[in-house]
Design a protein around this ligand. Sequence first.
Ligand code: SF4
Length: 361
Amino acid sequence: MNRLFIAKDKDPLRMTLDLLDRMNPLEGRNRDIKIGIKPNLVCASPASEGATTHPEIVEGIILYLLDNGFRNIKIIEGSWVGDSTKRAFKVCGYEDISKRYGVPLIDLKDDGYIAKTYKGIEISICKTVFDLDYLINVPLIKGHCQTKITCALKNLKGIIPDREKRRFHTLGLHKPIAYLNAVIKQDLIIADCICPDPYFEEGGRPAKLNRIAAGYDPVLMDCYAAKTLGYEPDDIKYIGLARDEGVGNYINADTEFIYIYDHSSDENELRIVQKEKKYLRLIDEADACSACYSNLASAMEKLNEMGLTDSFADQICIGQAYRGYKGYLGIGNCTSCFEKYLPGCPPDVDSIIKFLAELTD
Ligand code: SF4
């Protein structure tokens, strides 16, 4: 468990096949097991934008499984609140893979759910997940404007219904992510770090890192993701909480990093240096959904580039905790009792830019 396999190169399909050949993760397993592959298709944008899992990686996993006699495979995903998983399957190249290899695409937004209770917190989880024998998580190592990073642990948020995604935010996000991972075990992780956006989960600022990391422990993988993106594991609260729940372990002196190509090692390891984003201090967030907050943060970045954020005197409120409260400036339907607010659930980036820019006129 205390091992990470890393491939650094430019061909995601070949890298995935080489990683799996080296790891041999399904050795001794019955060929009839039901396997679910869970990419990160948070929104409908191609992998080159830095938000979604490269389809070539999922294709590599399918080729490996078929080659080794595993035929009972599904691709499962539920995009974030406000986007369509079916549109993401199409735009991100997964419809093509599905047709080519006869692997069904399961939109978890259409699924029923089963409620599980962990330490007094009830969590609704999509039914399909309980029918799997083996879960392959294929997250991205990328930035997230609320939790700083997202990788293996947070990618499981795609297996809960939209209603539950919203509720996770009202519970502070970190604890429910850790608890969800205590309930649902992932068997294998192949993390896409080809060209992730180091700052925003919806992409748009891809950074070429040209690597894929694989392993079995989501806490270990997230520690690696944090370090790659310029943080320490303790900077990301849910990683420590997941470790405390026994989900996995931090990187330690015994952790083995196995670089599968001769030419790749940890020498000259490329890491992101995080930039301070002062304009984010203007946002007063309380239990905001990821899509809503992320759209506002992206809009603020653009307004900052336009030189407009310095003229804002008011805090911009966003999030479910503002429902029914009076205030001055808000974004999203949850702030409908505010004096000035932009409707939408979530409002898109362009509407937010237009709304806030007009306020500075
Ligand atoms: S308006 Fe409220 S419920 Fe809708 S996406 Fe934004 S924070 Fe979530």
